[in-house]
Structures are given as structure tokens and as C-alpha cells.
Design a protein around this ligand. Structure first.
Ligand code: SF4
Ligand code: SF4
Length: 143
């Protein structure tokens, strides 16, 4: 029975895509860069050889908007592939590498705080050593 359900779920799952974003050179005054969507970090970017890369790929996946999560963990129990865990702040986090984009968690979330990533919602932030973030570029364009 469970295998039948899993086949059904995989049949429902959308094919995951990848967004590719680019920007100009950035001073290495930040500890890291982040791609954020509605307050959620969907990609953390480290400097390589003393410079930040000028482009990055972001997997199209469902993600949790932090301010709406009430830590009920309903989504954790519903995910058929165990892609959702609770972080140190007891907020749900989805691993885009595991998520199959079935949308079950988004349908079941009581606060409607799980969304499918939209490139139009993404922006680039710089994060300093104390964890403070600063907006670098809004409305990132896809390559
Ligand atoms: S179902 Fe929604 S509110 Fe509950 S833990 Fe998951 S994301 Fe948070
Ligand atoms: S995280 Fe949500 S959308 Fe992704 S596989 Fe799990 S239930 Fe489906």
C-alpha cells in the first residue's frame, strides 16, 4: 500500500528546475552572500579564492517563509521523502536537494507559509561576520 502511495506521490511531483542568477563584482567585505526569497535563505554563497562568484544556480523547490512558521511540525510528518527538518530556532526547513516538489506540505500548512520558489521573489544580500544582512540587489534577473 505504501509503495502505491509513493508511486502516486512521485507521479504528482513536478520536475524540478534550476534558476541561474548573475550580478556584477562584489567587494569581499561580507562574510557570505545569500539569495533570499520573502525572508527565507534559499542559497548561501561563500567566497572562492578571495572573491565571490558572479553567478549562482538555485534549485526550484518549495521553501518555508520563516515569519509564518508556528513550529507545528505538520509538514515534517507529511513529507513523503523526509525533506523537512526543524532548525535550531524550531522553524521548518526544506532541503531542496531532497524535495520532489509534490506540494503536499504547502497544502497542509495551517499558516500557508510554504511556497514554491519563484525567481521574481529572489534578492541578493550580503551578510557580515556578525550575521547582519544588507540588501545588495533586488529583483534578480535570470541568466
Ligand atoms: S506546517 Fe507550516 S507552520 Fe507547521 S512547521 Fe511546517 S511550515 Fe511551520
Ligand atoms: S518538502 Fe513539501 S513539496 Fe517537497 S517533497 Fe516534501 S512535502 Fe513535497
Amino acid at each position: 500500500m505504501r509503495s502505491t502511495i509513493m508511486i502516486f506521490v512521485f507521479a504528482l511531483a513536478a520536475v524540478a528546475g534550476v534558476f541561474s542568477f548573475s550580478w556584477g563584482p562584489i567587494d569581499v567585505e561580507f562574510a557570505t552572500l545569500e539569495i533570499q526569497a520573502k525572508g527565507a535563505v534559499v542559497k548561501t554563497i561563500e567566497a572562492e579564492d578571495g572573491a565571490f562568484p558572479e553567478s549562482v544556480e538555485v534549485i526550484e523547490s518549495y521553501y518555508v517563509i520563516p515569519e509564518g512558521c508556528i513550529s507545528c511540525q505538520i509538514c515534517v510528518g507529511q513529507c513523503p521523502v523526509n525533506a523537512i527538518t526543524m532548525d535550531d530556532n524550531n522553524m521548518a526547513v526544506i532541503d531542496p536537494e531532497i524535495c520532489i516538489n509534490c506540494g503536499i506540505c504547502a497544502s497542509g500548512c495551517p499558516t500557508s507559509t510554504i511556497e514554491l520558489l519563484d525567481a521574481d521573489d529572489c534578492a541578493l544580500y550580503g551578510v557580515d561576520a556578525d550575521g547582519n544582512s544588507e540588501l545588495i540587489q533586488e529583483e534578480l534577473e535570470e541568466d
